[in-house]
Design a protein around this ligand. Sequence first.
Ligand code: PHE
Length: 345
Amino acid sequence: MTQEDIRQVINAVQALDAKTAKEVEEARVRFLGKKGIITMLFEEFRNIPPEDKKLYGKELNMLKQQAVAKINELKSIAETNFACEVSIEDLSLPGFEYELGSRHPVSIVRQEIIDIFRKFGYDVAEGPEIDDDYHVFGALNFPPNHPARDMQDTFFVSTGHPNPLLLRTHTSSIQVRTMESRKPPIRVICPGRVFRNEAISARAHCIFHQVEGLYIDKGVSFADLKQSILLFAREMFGDDTKIRMRPSYFPFTEPSSEVDVSCNICHGKGCNVCKGTGWLEILGCGMVDPNVLEVNDIDPNVYSGFAFGMGIERIAMLKWQVNDLRHYFENDLRFLEEFNTAVEV
Ligand code: PHE
């Protein structure tokens, strides 16, 4: 063996080209197998005169390392090629399944509500989920320490401040922000996520979604409110839907009302969804309190308006007869996939 022999083998290893796993294995046997070229050179090493052993030993070790590295490299390339070849050559193999996502039921209903009110001429307005006391309560006629604040048990982000930050409990805060930035006529709906410190149950959650609406112009009356809600209910639940209004209380509207729709399952006859009453509550509403207009620099002697607010999950529960609000938050695919067909592309 001469140094020239070793160099030739190094060149041969570097020039190695093997595409398939079989070719790589053949190359490995040829160079590193029991009777492989490199193994034979190691055999011959025994006969090298002692004074040359150091030099030859170093070169042989280097050669072996290079050969092992090269073979490994070719092997991993061949494996990748194999994966590609299989999928290209064997067209009868099953394809990769494409998992198509679908819209969440809350998003579907949210969009439906928005589309209905868009037809009535409403714009969509959005606002921050972390807001301050003034926009969530103060500007909506909730005086500090007023018991009406108990209706909406609040998560505070910061306290000990005259205007603390908090997670909004309703999207009425967006209505305040809209009144601050626009002059009447105003016609907006405000969809968004809201937070209340409520125990989680089939009927309540600490996070849910609302769409609230606000209409302010000259001469807006309670009759306009009633008609708008009726039209919305019919678009949402069907042409034969009836509504009824019950007196209620909200600090920012006067008079205030809660609205029920006729049960779309039993059509008013009474069933377990409507608990035998024939009616289902869908939203709260009322005429904007003159104090709220005034605080927001809108003259209540010139303008009047109405506001309404509804929970999206509640509407979705009624629409699809889902009896537990928690399903909307658990992201159980078996539940979510029920709504696949509802996606419009
Ligand atoms: N903001 C009220 C709530 O979250 C709903 C509402 C909006 C009531 C507008 C009346 C008018 O409960």
